[in-house]
Design a protein around this ligand. Structure first.
Ligand code: NAI
Length: 258
């Protein structure tokens, strides 16, 4: 049986993935800011370093996979938090786990992106560039200039940056060449505490108006099923792929984009 790290294991899709892995007999090192094996705040450098240290202690030199589901939604006034968790909460931790993942020989990594990467208009490219350099302060300054649109812009920028980072790294010698398959899952609206909070908050009207052709929200269990496939040998021939599971929104908004 395998050994997996799951960030965001206390809620929503991360929780559903951790439950599925445990039900299949795997050992899961859950990471979250509460109710987890490793309790750490992924929005700070210190918290990320603490998470890495405790994961490595628990992993004992080898990891069969990792799932990065910890994330925050579009929160007005919390642009810095959003980009810290959604970008550095993945990239810094994943880089630190590379030797343990390589030691497994055929490890699989799944990072949660979002279909907002392709459906959000006017995302400031300068912010994305800064995030790719790890400059969250510079990115935040650009994002705040968007006024009322700064929160959705921060969210989409964070997911574009983390997705680009994954695609650039996934195909290199350190990752694909070391037997590690790193891929992205890009959900549309999935009924989790994150989405419920957005529906109840000031963004509720905007979220409700988002077109979902299948006319229902996804469930955490549906997305967990896809993640489990991306952790299985079925993903041996995948590297840097983006799997969109979004009820058809992407196809509706960009039918001719390739
Ligand atoms: P959720 O809110 O149910 O779970 C996210 C988890 O991340 C929570 O347990 C939370 O405590 C943890 N987390 C947040 N900030 C943290 C921090 N600073 N340190 C440690 N842990 C932290 O969210 P959900 O919906 O399950 O989201 C999972 C991922 O999927 C996120 O990356 C989200 O951006 C992404 N996503 C969600 C969509 C949705 O409609 N629910 C749509 C597209 C992407």
């Amino acid at each position: 049986m395998g050994e997996y790290v799951v960030t965001g294991s206390a809620s929503g899709m991360g929780h559903a993935v951790a439950q599925r892995l445990r039900a299949d007999g795997h050992r899961v090192i859950g990471v979250d800011q509460r109710d987890a094996d490793v309790v750490a705040d992924l929005s700070t450098r210190l918290g990320r370093a603490t998470a890495v240290r405790q994961i490595l202690e628990a992993a004992d030199g080898r990891l069969d996979g990792a799932v990065f589901a910890a994330g925050v939604g579009a929160l007005r006034g919390k642009e810095r938090l959003t980009v810290e968790v959604n970008v550095l909460g993945v990239t810094e931790v994943l880089l630190a786990l590379q030797p343990e993942l390589a030691a497994a020989g055929n490890a699989k990594v799944v990072v949660f992106g979002s279909n907002s990467t392709t459906s959000t208009p006017l995302v400031p490219r300068g912010a994305v560039r800064r995030l790719l350099r790890g400059d969250t302060a510079g990115a935040t300054a650009i994002l705040r200039r968007r006024g009322p649109l700064s929160a959705p812009a921060a969210y989409a920028s964070s997911k574009i940056a983390v997705s680009r980072w994954v695609r650039e790294h996934a195909v290199t010698a350190d990752w694909a060449g070391s037997g590690i398959r790193v891929n992205i899952i890009a959900p549309g609206p999935v009924l989790t505490p994150l989405l419920r909070a957005q529906l109840a908050g000031e963004t509720g009207k905007q979220v409700r108006s988002y077109p979902v052709p299948v006319r229902e929200y996804g469930t955490p269990e549906q997305l967990a099923e896809w993640v489990l496939t991306m952790l299985s040998p079925a993903a041996d021939f995948m590297a840097g792929s983006v799997i969109t599971v979004d009820g058809g929104t992407e196809a509706l908004l960009r039918p001719t984009d390739w």
